[in-house]
Design a protein around this ligand. Structure first.
Ligand SMILES: *Cc1c(COP(=O)(O)O)cnc(C)c1O
Length: 368
């Protein structure tokens, strides 16, 4: 086995063929229309509504701004319940809307919000829940719905990891009041940077349109304190191209995940991601928990790094341990999230990852 292998990172962006992209962007030189809801933007919006199986969708420059402006559109106040086992973006989107994040613990097996601990955190100030479909694992939607109805709360899902997934055949963007998707370069489907939000209400569609374009409502009227979060035409073309290959992408990822599962399942001290009932998966990530294994998470990480393989400690640290939250907010204890954050490693997982490399990674974990 040669040690001089090129580095393997946790992910590698999916790209269309160069010629395909160049051909596809040609019309932009004729129209000279670069951004502000152009032809490709509208085309991608339409195609994505079909692919995701949703009736309303709004595109954004990135997933974070999609989430931040969606929270603004719902005019939330006070406290918002979320989980700390996520990317910085989720909690930041709440705090940047001058809302108070309230941290709920996660489930032991799928790392999504623990609905048994959710109700206790609701106060008369709570206005919404922002659960995360982390690693593409789907939250307990029925129970979240029930609680939200009982207390009259909005539910805005961070579905950054759940692109294209379905629950019993229904697109995942159809649940709750809204669902954000990220199209960042590192995600299953990318528009270089990009994102979208799926929702139901016409009112939200109008508001999001204004909020992502400075709150401008007419040539001489500005009615909202909006931002600038429009998806440009080059991003949209990248999306149109990548969407043509999405099924193949997911199939290649599945082969990677299947190989990992074959080689790592049934080993004491190694816990793999659950497979949930009724979910069409996108195979976005391959998280592994090392609990009671001969080596701990950090040792495995270092061992792989010494072989030029770079997994990530997603999601460590937890967002409720970030300095910017500890010094500004009351922090709720989330013991399960803390334990998982300390023992989880997200292994390299992308469409072009060679199965021999998966084998190599697994032998290092098993023998290293
Ligand atoms: C990637 C990600 C985001 C942010 O999306 P961007 O498109 O990078 O802005 C938000 N939440 C989670 C869980 C993510 O993984």
């Amino acid at each position: 086995m040669s040690e001089k292998k090129s580095p393997i990172y946790v992910t590698k962006s999916s790209m269309p063929k160069y010629e395909e992209f160049i051909e596809a962007i040609k019309p932009i030189w004729d129209s000279a229309w670069l951004t502000n809801m152009g032809e490709f933007h509208n085309q991608l919006n339409q195609k994505l509504m079909e692919y995701l199986g949703v009736k309303k969708l709004s595109l954004f420059v990135n997933g974070h701004m999609a989430l931040e402006l969606t929270l603004q559109a719902f005019e939330l106040e006070g406290e918002v319940i979320t989980t700390p086992f996520t990317f910085a973006s989720t909690t930041h989107a709440i705090a940047r809307n001058n809302l108070t994040p309230v941290f709920c613990d996660i489930n032991e097996d799928d790392y999504t919000i623990d609905v048994k601990k959710l109700e206790n955190l609701i106060t008369d100030k709570t206005s919404a829940i922002v659960p995360v479909h982390v690693y593409g694992n789907i939250c307990n939607i029925d129970e979240i719905d029930r609680i939200a109805k009982k207390y009259n709360l909005k539910v805005i899902y961070d579905g950054a990891h759940a692109f294209g997934e379905t629950l019993n055949g229904v697109g995942i963007g159809n649940f709750g009041d809204a669902t954000m998707f990220s199209f960042h370069a590192t995600k299953v489907f990318n528009t270089i940077e990009g994102g979208a939000v799926a929702f139901r209400e016409e009112r939200i569609e109008t508001l999001l349109y204004y909020l992502k374009n400075f709150g401008i409502t007419g040539e001489e009227t500005v009615e909202f304190i909006g931002g600038n979060a429009k998806m440009n035409e080059f991003q949209a073309v990248m999306g149109v191209c990548n969407l043509m290959h999405i099924e193949e992408e997911v199939a290649k990822r599945k082969a990677v995940v299947d190989k990992y599962e074959e080689l790592l399942s049934g080993i004491e001290g190694i816990r793999l991601n659950v497979s949930q009932q009724g979910i069409k998966r996108n195979y976005a990530y391959f998280p592994v928990v090392f609990e009671g294994y001969k080596k701990n998470r950090d040792e495995i990480y270092n061992e792989l790094a010494s072989h030029n393989i770079f997994p990530r400690k997603y999601f460590y640290p937890l967002t409720n341990s970030f300095e910017c939250y500890k010094s500004n907010f009351q922090i709720q204890e989330t013991p399960v999230a803390e334990r998982i954050a300390g023992s989880i490693l997200t292994l390299p997982c992308y469409a072009d990852l060679a199965l021999e490399d998966v084998e190599r990674i697994c032998s290092i974990i098993k023998e290293g």
